[in-house]
Design a protein around this ligand. Structure first.
Ligand code: CO
Length: 138
């Protein structure tokens, strides 16, 4: 299959998943009951879906040291990153790094929802934190 990125989700930093998921339920999203902790990122996350049309990731910090906690402290709750799905994250990172994009992690790391992820630094992406993500086949 050709490596053809598509928008996988938009992530929102929130103080409380329990409180803010209501907004997406009111908009007609199906909010997953499944809350996943991602210890490496010090967050817990849940996904809100409108099947095949839109996907939102809600991110709540589990520690004051979490980058999400720092984000909320400096900017308040709101849009945190965009995520594009790729077929081969190592190849995509290599291709982008050769073009001069800087990544947060040296290589792909375990993300939520059974994915390998990395983030392009906002300083090299016009002020937007961009996640690239590859679904890991079970
Ligand atoms: Co994400």
């Amino acid at each position: 299959m050709k490596d053809f990125p598509h928008l996988d989700h938009i992530a929102i930093a929130v103080n409380s998943l329990e409180e803010k998921k209501q907004i997406y339920e009111d908009l007609g999203f199906n909010v997953s009951e499944h809350i996943e902790e991602v210890p490496s990122q010090m967050v817990k996350t849940c996904f809100a879906n409108i099947e095949g049309r839109a996907r939102i990731e809600l991110l709540e910090p589990t520690s004051d040291e979490s980058s999400i906690a720092k984000f909320i402290k400096s900017k308040g709750e709101g849009i945190h990153h965009l995520c594009f799905r790729v077929d081969d994250i190592e190849a995509k990172q290599k291709e982008l790094a050769e073009k001069g994009y800087k990544f947060i992690y040296p290589g792909p790391t375990q993300g939520a929802d059974n994915c390998l992820v990395n983030f392009i630094h906002p300083k090299s992406a016009g002020g937007v934190l961009i996640e690239i993500s590859q679904k890991v086949k079970k």
